[in-house]
Design a protein around this ligand. Structure first.
Ligand code: DGL
Length: 267
């Protein structure tokens, strides 16, 4: 039994897909969420800067005495893997768990991964998929417009700007006859309905953040480290009111308290 909180962070709303998945698995855990919206988006930044930012966010979470950190961000998971691995607190990124999720999809058709530009440029998702699923065709596709669209509320199927972006990024995935598609960016689960509507039922979507939430829950259960009273605290270094509104829309309920404001760290 361990009542210390779990820290979760991302550039903005994307990590909430991980928080929601974790909350479903472990309703009693105390959670601290940090949306780094003052520095969003991450996806166009150089890897050297992203590594520094990952370290800063891990340190921020350590200040709360967390028992585990859920780095609900594909960009950090792919560009700063060694920073995550060196963290003295048990730390879970989304890359490995997402790739394992893809490996569980039966069949031998092409596997696509969509993620931020920085994640795709790192080559980490494509390498891990090729290693774990040898012989499969791997299609890595960067989708830089998705995060600004999602943060701007363009998430519903039929939204003209979103439809345009879906057509631009996912046409090659459709044409290649992909069998499964990995959301290597945690934001993308928020447009899952629109993506599945565009691609049709033949393509199975896999959420890296949901797979990572399961991995973290399995770890806590195995190590007998579960515990808490279901408390949640939310932090942002952007606009706390705007963040609260978007988060509540996504979560489908009011946040338990006002979003707390932190300083934007230099990177
Ligand atoms: N949601 C994050 C990810 O999984 C970051 C997206 C961004 O800020 O570009 O990569």
């Amino acid at each position: 039994m361990d009542n210390r909180p779990i820290g979760i962070f991302d550039s903005g709303l994307g990590g909430l897909t991980g928080l929601m998945a974790l909350r479903e698995l472990l309703p009693e855990e105390n959670l601290i969420y940090f949306g780094d919206t003052g520095r969003l988006p991450y996806g166009g930044r150089p890897a050297s800067q992203l590594r520094k930012m990952a370290r800063q966010n891990l340190d921020f979470m350590a200040g709360f005495g967390v028992k585990a950190v859920f780095v609900a961000c594909g960009t950090f998971s792919s560009t700063a893997a060694e920073i995550l691995a060196q963290n003295p607190i048990p730390t879970f990124g989304v890359l490995r768990a997402g790739v394992e999720g893809m490996a569980r999809v039966p069949g031998d058709g092409p596997l696509a991964v969509i993620a931020t530009q920085a994640s795709i440029d790192s080559g980490a998702f494509a390498r891990a998929l090729a290693e774990r699923c040898p012989g499969r065709e791997i299609l890595p596709v960067p989708c830089p417009a998705f995060v600004p669209l999602i943060e701007g509320g363009h998430t519903r199927p039929g939204d003209p700007e979103l439809e345009q972006a879906l057509e631009r990024y996912l046409r090659p995935v459709k044409e290649a006859g992909a069998q499964a598609l990995l959301y290597g960016c945690t934001h993308y689960g928020i447009i899952d309905v629109a993506v599945r509507t565009y691609l049709g039922p033949a393509v199975q979507t896999v959420s890296a953040s949901a797979c990572a939430a399961q991995e973290l829950a399995d770890f806590l259960l195995r190590e007998n480290r579960c515990g808490g009273s279901g408390e949640e605290r939310y932090f942002t270094n952007g606009d706390p009111i705007a963040f609260a509104e978007s988060a509540e829309r996504l979560l489908g309920h009011a946040l338990p308290a006002a979003v707390e404001k932190t300083a934007v760290l230099e990177c």
